[in-house]
Write a protein that binds this ligand. Structure first.
Ligand code: AIR
Length: 444
């Protein structure tokens, strides 16, 4: 294990921080937009400055108030450490049935691309943060101009919202990225493939996640069909990238706060199926320690140079002994779910601490290995998850099962299973068995 001191932005080591390669409050307050109008507006001024450090007091409330845009599983899992830390977590969700709306202290009903709804969330919180990347940048700018503490800020977030901005910024800073180009038509894709070979990876710059908006393309005619049939979201562009025959995929996660404190989690191995995270092993078994250090240093550098506040996940390929950046996410990330039980401080708690500019928690792993396997909606029908849950609990009392309270749809992330210990093969078998049972793949 590599143990180093975290550094602030000037490179000065920070004391009591570490680098290493819940209970949910019940009784949600469902708030219509009109009801929220009666709440005290948050006082605020600009953002990511150390002056905004004591965000918990900014609204004149005793309890710090964090607002999260999005009602998915990431906001839901943030609600548990929020309860433990005495933080009032509000979420902006489209319905009271959404995953996080079932458990958050307060729910503002509305869409993430409705400025009025975002404004109402802002009045209910001291700091606004995100469980997805889909808020239009122009709205983030407007919120910021009105003094809302948006963390991460719009300038940072656009690198996670738009793969074109991300590729440009990483290329400028000299970070390792695949060969890439912006393209407008299938002939441009073919030109790129002449240099880099088929297949290529075709991507929509904005709006995709969990494998949506990404295609491995074998020839020009297929590229033409995809580009014709896929409507581009507002301000989105097409990108083409070289297809890298990677050895493994890894993820380096860091948390960074406005005053520049940063901590790094152990680098994990991820296994993706159809572009979707399926399995995570922390730390990445067999990863060359030098590559783990390079990945960690790169993630810290990206967080600093892009002024990320909160959690940053840098998804990387390991290709023939080198690392190459695939994607960035500026929020809690699937590759960090293992940290709920497997680390001293989970990614969800550190995201909250970071956006509130509180001292960050220790990201160190508590055991030699933690394995996390996703429960993903299968194609066919499955029995109710909580019935299966009882069998899984009884069979292996050491498993941690998380269910997100979502309706079941094919390819939808419905939950995950985590197990912590020291025998990796055994942990993999146990975690996969639990997830497979829940997904109806095995029945005993
Ligand atoms: N999410 C955000 N970006 C990627 C992912 N997986 C999480 C967020 C979001 C939820 O997935 O928590 O709210 C959306 O899931 P679904 O199943 O409703 O599409």
């Amino acid at each position: 294990m590599i143990l180093r001191h975290a550094r602030d932005d000037s490179g000065t080591p920070l004391e009591n921080t570490w680098l290493h390669p819940g209970d949910v409050e019940r009784g949600p307050v469902i708030t219509s937009i009109a009801d929220v109008n009666s709440l005290t507006p948050a006082s605020s001024s600009g953002d990511s400055s150390p002056d905004a450090a004591h965000a918990g007091r900014m609204g004149g409330q005793d309890r710090p108030r964090v607002g999260m845009v999005g009602g998915g599983q990431l906001a839901r899992m943030t609600a548990a450490p929020a309860a433990a830390l005495g933080i009032d977590l509000s979420v902006l969700a489209t319905s009271a049935d959404e995953s996080a709306a079932q458990v958050a202290r307060r729910v503002v009903l509305g869409r993430h691309d409705d400025l009025r709804a975002l404004d109402e969330l802002a009045t209910a919180c001291d700091v606004m943060t995100f469980d997805h990347e889909h808020v239009p940048p122009s709205m983030l700018e407007q919120l910021r101009a009105r003094g809302v503490h948006v963390r991460p800020g719009p300038e940072a977030l656009r690198h996670a919202q738009d793969k074109w901005h991300m590729r440009q910024a990483l290329t400028t800073m000299g970070a390792p990225v695949p060969a890439w180009a912006r393209v407008a038509r299938s002939a441009d894709v073919a030109l790129f493939a002449e240099q880099h070979g088929w297949p290529v990876v075709l991507k929509v710059s904005r709006g995709g996640y969990d494998g949506r908006g990404v295609w491995v393309v074998e020839d020009e005619s297929r590229a033409a069909v995809i580009m014709q049939e896929t409507p581009l979201a507002e301000s989105a562009v097409w990108l083409v990238e070289e297809y890298l025959p990677f050895d493994i995929e890894i993820s380096a996660q860091v948390a960074r706060s406005p005053h520049g404190q940063a901590v790094a989690y152990p680098v994990v191995r991820t296994v993706q199926v159809e572009g979707m995270c399926a399995e995570v092993i922390a730390p990445a078994p067999g990863l060359d320690p030098d590559l783990a250090v390079q990945a960690t240093d790169l993630a810290l550098r990206i967080a600093r140079e892009l002024d990320v506040i909160g959690m940053l996940a840098v998804e990387l390929f390991v290709v023939s002994g080198r690392i190459v950046v695939n994607e960035l996410a500026m929020r809690p990330h699937n590759s960090g779910h293992w940290s709920i039980e497997g680390a001293v401080t989970s990614q969800f708690e550190n995201h909250l601490r970071a956006v509130l500019d509180w001292p960050l928690g220790d990201p160190v792993a508590i055991a030699p290995y933690t394995v996390m396997v996703n429960v993903i909606g299968p194609e066919g029908p499955i029995p109710p998850l909580h019935d299966a849950f009882r069998h899984v609990m009884a069979r292996d009392p050491g498993l941690h099962v998380h269910l997100y309270g979502k309706s079941i749809r094919p390819r939808r992330k419905l939950g995950h299973v985590t197990v912590v210990g020291d025998n990796l093969d055994e942990l993999l078998a146990r975690a996969h068995h639990g997830a497979d049972y829940l997904m109806g793949v095995v029945d005993e």
